[in-house]
Design a protein around this ligand. Structure first.
Ligand SMILES: *Cc1c(COP(=O)(O)O)cnc(C)c1O
Length: 405
C-alpha cells in the first residue's frame, strides 16, 4: 500500500482524528531503532514508535520470542482465572515499586484506576466530601473522561463538557498555588514528575517534596503519572528517582509492553487496601499475552543494561545538541532527561524541521510551532545517536543559511 492509497482509505473509513500528525509514509517493518516504509525507505526512529512506546526498539528478539511462546500457549483468559504471567509480572513490579498492581490496557485506564482508588480511599477514611483531585496546568493524563478532566489543558476539554467534577488545576511548579489548592476536601494530588506531552518540563525537587508533605498532612494520596517517564525513559527505572520523592500510587503504560497494549496502576499501602472486590475491573487487563510481554520487557531492561544505556546515549544526544546549538542560531534551549529531550527553537520552524528530518530519514515529533521532542528508543547506540544528530544538524544549518541568505 502506498501513501496515496493509505490516505484515501483513511478519508473513507477512519474518523478524522490523526490527519494533521500523520507522517507521510506507510510503515511496514521495524527493527531496533529503524523503521521501513512500504516503498523500502529506511528511517531512524527518534520517537520510539511515535509516542515513547517502543523503548526497547522495534521487535526486540527477546520480546518477540516471549510473545510467540505465550501466543502458542495461552493468549487470554479473563480475571475469572489465575494465570502465571500476570502473577509473575505483579510480583516483579511490586519488587520494583513496593506496592501492589492493577492491570489495564492503556495509560488513560491506569489514570482512571488511580482516580477511583484515591476517591475510594478518601471515602472510606473521611466520607464523600473528600473527593477533590489536584492536578497541574499543562499536564497530560489521557483522553477518557476522567483522565481528560484531570488533564490541565483547556484545549482538550473544549467541546466535551460536562466533564466529571472534582478536579482542580494549579500552575506546575508553583508551591504556593499547590498549598492554596490542597485542603481537607483533597483526596489526591496527581503529577507527572516531568511533563511529557507538554514538552519535557521537569518538576523541581522542592515542588514534589511540597506535594508529598501536603499529602501527608491532609491524608491525600500522591499519584505520579509515569505513563511516559516510567521504565527507563529518563535513564532511571522511574523518573521520581531523580527527585527523591516517593508517591503512593504510580501509573505506567507506554514503555511497559514494548508496543503491546498494557497499563498498570501500582499502589502502596495504605492506599492499596482501599479497593475491595468489585470496586474496579478490566476484561483484558493483565491477560497472559500482555503480561508475558511486559515480563520480557522488564527482564530485558535489567539484563541488557538498558537504564545505563539510556542515560549514557541520552547524555551524548544532549552534548551533540549543545554542539549544534553553538553552530546554528536556531536552538534556544535544550531540556534533556535521558531519552526524553525537549528542544526549543528560536523561531516557529518546528513543522519545517520535522518535515525536513523525515525527508532525510530521521523521525521526530513537535510540540506547538517552536519545539522539537526527541524520544529515542532506550537501546539507541552511540553511532545511531550521532547519525541522528548529524541529520538534524544538516536540517538546521540548511534552514539557518536559508534565513541568513
Ligand atoms: C500518553 C500519556 C497518557 C495516556 O496514555 P494512553 O495510553 O494514550 O491512554 C497519560 N499520561 C501521560 C503522562 C502520558 O504521556
Amino acid at each position: 500500500m502506498n501513501l496515496e492509497e493509505a490516505m484515501a482509505l483513511e478519508r473513507q473509513h477512519l474518523l478524522n482524528l490523526y490527519t494533521p500528525i500523520r507522517m507521510p509514509m506507510v510503515i511496514a517493518r521495524g527493527e531496533g531503532a529503524r523503521l521501513w516504509d512500504t516503498e523500502g525507505r529506511e528511517y531512524l526512529d527518534f520517537v520510539s514508535g511515535g509516542r515513547a512506546v517502543t523503548g526497547l526498539g522495534h521487535c526486540h528478539p527477546k520480546v518477540v520470542e516471549a510473545i510467540r511462546k505465550q501466543a502458542g500457549e495461552l493468549i487470554h483468559v479473563s480475571n475469572d482465572f489465575y494465570t502465571e504471567p500476570q502473577l509473575l509480572l505483579a510480583k516483579r513490579l511490586s519488587e520494583l515499586f513496593g506496592g501492589r498492581c492493577f492491570f489495564c490496557n492503556s495509560g488513560a485506564e491506569a489514570i482512571e484506576a488511580a482516580i477511583k482508588l484515591a476517591r475510594k480511599r478518601a471515602y472510606k477514611a473521611s466520607g464523600p466530601e473528600k473527593h477533590e483531585i489536584v492536578t497541574a496546568l499543562k499536564s497530560f493524563h489521557g483522553r477518557t473522561m476522567g483522565a481528560l478532566a484531570a488533564t490541565g489543558q483547556p484545549k482538550y476539554h473544549h467541546g466535551f463538557q460536562p466533564l466529571p467534577g472534582g478536579f482542580m488545576h494549579v500552575p506546575y511548579n508553583d508551591i504556593d498555588a499547590l498549598r492554596n489548592a490542597v485542603g481537607a476536601s483533597t483526596c489526591a494530588i496527581m503529577l507527572e514528575p516531568i511533563l511529557g506531552e507538554s514538552g519535557v518540563y521537569p518538576a523541581t525537587p522542592e515542588y514534589l517534596k511540597a506535594a508529598r508533605e501536603l499529602c501527608d498532612c491532609s491524608g491525600a494520596v500522591l499519584i505520579f503519572d509515569e505513563v511516559q517517564t516510567g521504565l527507563g525513559r529518563t535513564g532511571r527505572m522511574f523518573a521520581y528517582e531523580h527527585f527523591g520523592v516517593e508517591p503512593d500510587v504510580l501509573t505506567l503504560a507506554k514503555g511497559l509492553g514494548a508496543g503491546v497494549p498494557i497499563g498498570a496502576m501500582l499502589a502502596r499501602e495504605p492506599a492499596a487496601s482501599a479497593f475491595e472486590p468489585g470496586d474496579h475491573a478490566s476484561t483484558f487487563g493483565g491477560s497472559a499475552l500482555m503480561a508475558a510481554t511486559a515480563l520480557a520487557v522488564l527482564e530485558v531492561i535489567e539484563s541488557e543494561g538498558i537504564l545505563a544505556n539510556a542515560a549514557r546515549v541520552g547524555a551524548r544526544l544532549a552534548e551533540g545538541l549543545r554542539a549544534i546549538q553553538q553552530k546554528t542560531p536556531l536552538i534556544e534551549t535544550i531540556r534533556p532527561w535521558g531519552m526524553m529531550i525537549g528542544v526549543d527553537l528560536t523561531r516557529p520552524l518546528a513543522a519545517t524541521v520535522k518535515e525536513r528530518c523525515i525527508a532525510r530519514g530521521l523521525l521526530i515529533i513537535t510540540v506547538g510551532d517552536r519545539m522539537l521532542r526527541l524520544l529515542p528508543p532506550l537501546i539507541l547506540t552511540e553511532p545511531e545517536a550521532d547519525r541522528g544528530l548529524g541529520l538534524l544538524a544538516e536540517v538546521l544549518s540548511e534552514l539557518a543559511s536559508a534565513e541568513a541568505g
